[in-house]
Design a binder for this molecule. Structure first.
Ligand SMILES: Cc1cc2nc3c(=O)[nH]c(=O)nc-3n(C[C@H](O)[C@H](O)[C@H](O)COP(=O)(O)OP(=O)(O)OC[C@H]3O[C@@H](n4cnc5c(N)ncnc54)[C@H](O)[C@@H]3O)c2cc1C
Length: 375
């Protein structure tokens, strides 16, 4: 029987602990979190139906579902994809994580809040140096296995030699009360414009007919960019924002993991750049990998698992794809041909919200069938 320490009670740490409950080789699980209170509100909570099915209480906290995506690329191009099925859900992540937290406590997992891991000392074993932020005591404790779910910045992961390509963007969101005759509650609105968002993008997520979330990820000055973006939304979606009820955010990452495990220490989630680089979405990989990690702790080499290797190469491809796409949008920005607006609506039978790298091929396929149908 072995002992497991999990660092960080974000979604990575909570889900790993949840799935580790079924791993019969683990006798003790301790989850360390530096904050005094969890969960924290920072994310939009947009996930695919597949990811929803992997979150233990996801279905219970669905706030809205979406069948369409409307892309606004620069001020000139609008592409609307209309799907007959649900392509994405919005969940209330705070409530979902709160329920996960309560389940873990009820199942005997030791969650230690206000405990900051100062370092992982690998000399002679895997020792955690734990700083109790309430008593100011510092103690050491040895574990057989450690999962790092520290998020970004990924200090502990780097210290133990785990490596990722990570490019952080500033992410900021506002819960708003809006009115608009043009906004469709079933549609996600996504905006790409390098002049405003740099390497990032903007979004408007309707939750009800008058409640929604405005957000963006950008290179610098997020609050200034958000106020510009609000004006763009007013113009393009003909919406007025009547009030802002909350402002929050965090780092939206682009990147991919390079080395995820060393000896008996593995990193998961934002700590190792496990994100879909176009959207910065982390729940897709975290919901899958937390289960694979937890099942294999003490049994198999996690990094060698087929699901893990497939996920790593997929995220790498998404990162390369994202960089190429942004280059193309950057070139379009300077294009002489784009001085008038271009708008297209496509009916699609299905759309994969997770595997972004498939999107251009899907789009080409849809455009060809659209042309044929027109002809
Ligand atoms: C504005 C915004 C919108 C987003 N929207 C989406 C979305 O719609 N869909 C989606 O899939 N993803 C989205 N994401 C990304 C998603 O939120 C993250 O990928 C995910 O939350 C990462 O979870 P995590 O557990 O790996 O890291 P975190 O949530 O950062 O959790 C890490 C935890 O570790 C703790 N910790 C850190 N260091 C230590 C230490 N030394 N000792 C003890 N504890 C420590 C931290 O306090 C924290 O609680 C969004 C992100 C942002 C910022």
């Amino acid at each position: 029987m072995s002992t497991l320490a999990i660092i960080g009670a974000g979604i990575s740490g909570l889900l790993t602990a949840y799935y580790a409950l079924s791993n019969r080789t683990i006798s003790q699980i301790i989850l360390f979190e530096q904050r005094a209170k969890i969960p924290r509100k920072h994310c939009a909570g947009i996930i695919s139906p597949e990811t929803l099915s992997l979150l233990p209480y996801g279905l219970k906290y669905v706030e809205n579902k979406y069948r369409n995506i409307e892309f606004h690329i620069l001020p000139y191009i609008r592409i609307t994809l209309r799907c007959s099925n649900t392509i994405a859900y919005k969940i209330d992540r705070v409530k979902h994580e709160m329920e996960l937290y309560r389940t873990l406590i009820a199942n005997g997992i030791d969650i230690q809040l206000s405990k900051k891991i100062l370092m992982i000392d690998t000399k002679g074993g895997n020792d955690l140096v734990i700083h109790d932020l309430s008593t100011k005591d510092v103690i050491r404790k040895r574990f057989d296995y450690i999962i790092i779910g520290e998020g970004y910045p990924n200090k502990l992961s780097l210290d133990v030699g785990l490596n990722a390509m990570i490019k952080p963007l500033h992410g900021v969101q506002q819960d708003v009360i809006y009115s608009s005759k043009n906004v469709d509650k079933d549609t996600l609105y996504v905006f790409f414009d390098p002049i405003i968002f740099g390497g990032g993008f903007g979004w408007f997520i309707p939750i009800t007919e008058n409640r929604g979330v405005i957000g963006l990820a950008c290179n610098e000055k997020p609050m200034e960019m958000l106020s510009i973006f609000r004006k763009i939304l007013s113009k393009r979606l003909k919406m007025s924002i009547n009030s802002i009820t909350d402002t929050y955010g965090g780092k939206v990452l682009q990147g991919y993991p390079k080395s995820i495990c060393r000896d008996n220490i593995c990193a998961l989630g934002d700590a190792i750049g496990m994100v879909k680089s176009i959207s910065g979405g982390g729940l897709y990989a975290i919901s899958r990998m937390s289960n694979v990690y937890a099942r294999n702790i003490g049994i198999n080499d996690i990094a060698r698992q087929k699901e893990v290797r497939e996920m790593l190469s997929e995220l790498w491809i998404q990162y390369i794809f994202k960089r190429s796409l942004w280059r193309i949008v950057g070139m379009l920005k300077n294009s002489m041909f784009l001085d008038s607006t271009f708008s297209i609506e496509l009916e699609v039978s299905q759309l994969d919200y997770d595997r972004h790298e498939k999107l251009p091929l899907d789009l080409i396929r849809y455009l060809i069938s659209f042309k044929l149908r027109q002809g």
